[in-house]
Design a protein around this ligand. Structure first.
Ligand code: MAN
Length: 493
């Protein structure tokens, strides 16, 4: 039983048509069910209509209904979220407060600017006018911020799109590079299995061919020159034969005698054959030889198909061709081999480095794919904040806050960025707390100017809650968001 003063106040709380603590929309639920005299009036508990109580038992500071619906204006029943005390806050925005905060002597002006939560203590005069004036200013400020943020956000969105495009392009080029490397590896492995590199072997053949073709052209010229020279020689020989057969040895003509003697010497030493045919087939052989160049075989020695011992004009050409070919062997082929054909050891090294290249590319591809699949918020806009650090000094600690990166408190790692959810960035796996868990942090964006740390709290040991201002969260600021973020400046009340 309460004192008579308190009873008096409770009597005020049950004036029919207005039950204290109940919102206007719910007042009709508190109409009596029977009786015209006050004493006869009854009411049913909202959560259990089988329980009927006297109308005067509502807000009498005694809990009659199991759901607490009869004591919405007192703290008599166990707290129930759906029975919160309603503050009308005339001139401002209505609010609700937990019943256990009623009459505790504290002015909860953020919920009840009219002080109605302290109806017994009378501690709290109505401050709705002052608070509403503050709110109106704050609301205008926030609306302005939202307006300004719209253009910043457009820019951030464009940056985010460009960054995403860049990641996609990089991924595409890595994938293409990967396809090329896999092809190359297949070729190299085939070459390793067969002992040569097919297409590269052809390159050597092509190069040798181009040399032998040039030599062939030269040889054809020489052949033609040789043919006409030998025609002329034959005519001269015929003239000299005629001289040899028909000269008169009885004339003592020294010049004729010398010519006849020298021609006889010439005939005695004359070559049997000066046939130059076969040069083309020799060159053909060279080309065929080029085709047989194999990886890892000792193919540098020239083919010993030419007989250098017979001193014919044709063999002279053979000699030069072979010499050229020997040049190929000694220098050019070595160079070509280095350029086009792998030695077995070189092949192993290249296969190894190609495999490593593929594995690195695969890792890079995985990283980029994960990045593209990650949640960067609506329109991927958070991409624009990657790599941004906002540092501050609070409570004697130097905080380094890397958005989507890491957070440090002096030398302590508070967490590594893990994911984004419902407008918040989550950081985990920081340095271990003394006798506690690994440190972790959450960043909440509050509508405001460019990214700055607004506050850092540690609601649980080694769990950090960081508020960062950003135009990002302005875009979705509804009227109720503005109301929720409004903070009363008590110094001005
Ligand atoms: C340091 C800081 C604090 C933390 C304690 C825990 O002093 O990281 O934030 O609460 O360690 O021992």
């Amino acid at each position: 039983m309460k004192s008579s003063i308190i009873l008096g106040i409770y009597a005020v709380c049950v004036v029919e048509g207005h039950i204290m603590g109940v919102s206007p929309e719910k007042q009709h639920l508190y109409e009596p069910i029977t009786g015209s005299n006050d004493a006869d009036k009854k009411w049913r508990c909202l959560g259990d209509p089988s329980i009927v109580i006297d109308y005067s038992q509502i807000n009498d500071d005694y809990c009659d209904c199991p759901d607490g619906s009869d004591e919405i204006g007192t703290n008599a029943c166990k707290f129930n979220q759906s029975n919160m005390f309603y503050c009308a806050n005339d001139g401002h925005i209505p609010g609700y407060i937990e019943n256990f905060k009623l009459n505790d002597g504290t002015c909860d002006y953020d919920r009840c600017c009219d002080g109605s939560d302290e109806y017994i203590t009378g501690n709290c005069p109505n401050k709705c006018k002052e608070i509403h004036d503050q709110y109106v200013m704050y609301e205008a400020l926030m609306e302005e911020k939202v307006r300004l943020a719209a253009s910043t956000n457009t820019k951030l969105k464009q940056d985010a799109i460009a960054l995403k495009d860049r990641v996609e392009a990089k991924l595409e080029s890595f994938r293409q590079e990967n396809v090329n490397l896999v092809d190359k590896l297949t070729q190299l492995e085939e070459a390793q299995a067969h002992g040569f590199v097919g297409t590269q072997e052809l390159s050597v053949y092509d190069e040798i061919s181009s040399y032998t073709n040039k030599v062939a052209e030269k040889a054809a010229d020489l052949e033609a020159t040789h043919a006409s020279t030998s025609q002329r020689a034959k005519k001269l020989e015929a003239i000299l034969h005629n001289l040899l057969t028909n000269y008169n040895p009885n004339f003592n003509d020294a010049a004729v005698k010398e010519a006849v003697n020298k021609f006889q010497d010439y005939l005695a030493n004359k070559e049997d054959s000066d046939d130059v045919s076969g040069i083309s087939s020799d060159l053909e052989q060279l080309n065929e030889y080029a085709k047989t160049v194999m990886v890892g075989e000792s193919h540098y020695s020239s083919p010993e198909t030419f007989d250098h011992t017979v001193p014919t004009f044709g063999n002279m050409i053979h000699y030069y061709i072979t010499k050229i070919f020997r040049l190929f062997d000694a220098e050019a082929v070595d160079q070509l081999v280095l350029k086009h054909i792998k030695t077995p050891e070189g092949l192993d090294v290249e296969i190894d480095s190609t495999r490593k290249g593929i594995s690195t590319l695969n890792k890079n591809i995985e990283t980029l794919e994960a990045d593209l699949a990650a949640d960067y918020g609506p329109d991927d806009i958070l991409r624009a904040l990657v790599g941004k650090w906002v540092n501050t000094n609070i409570g004697g600690y130097e905080y380094k806050v890397g958005l989507l990166n890491q957070v440090y408190q002096d030398g302590n790692l508070l967490g590594v960025y893990s994911h984004y959810k419902d407008g918040k960035l989550y950081y985990i796996n920081g340095h271990r707390c003394w006798n506690g868990p690994l440190r972790s942090a959450v960043i909440e964006f509050i509508c405001g100017d460019d990214q700055q740390v607004l506050s850092i709290a540690e609601p649980e040991k080694c769990e950090y809650h960081i508020q960062v201002s950003s135009p990002l969260s302005c875009q979705k600021m509804s009227q109720s968001d503005i109301q929720k973020s409004f903070k009363i400046d008590y110094s001005r009340l």
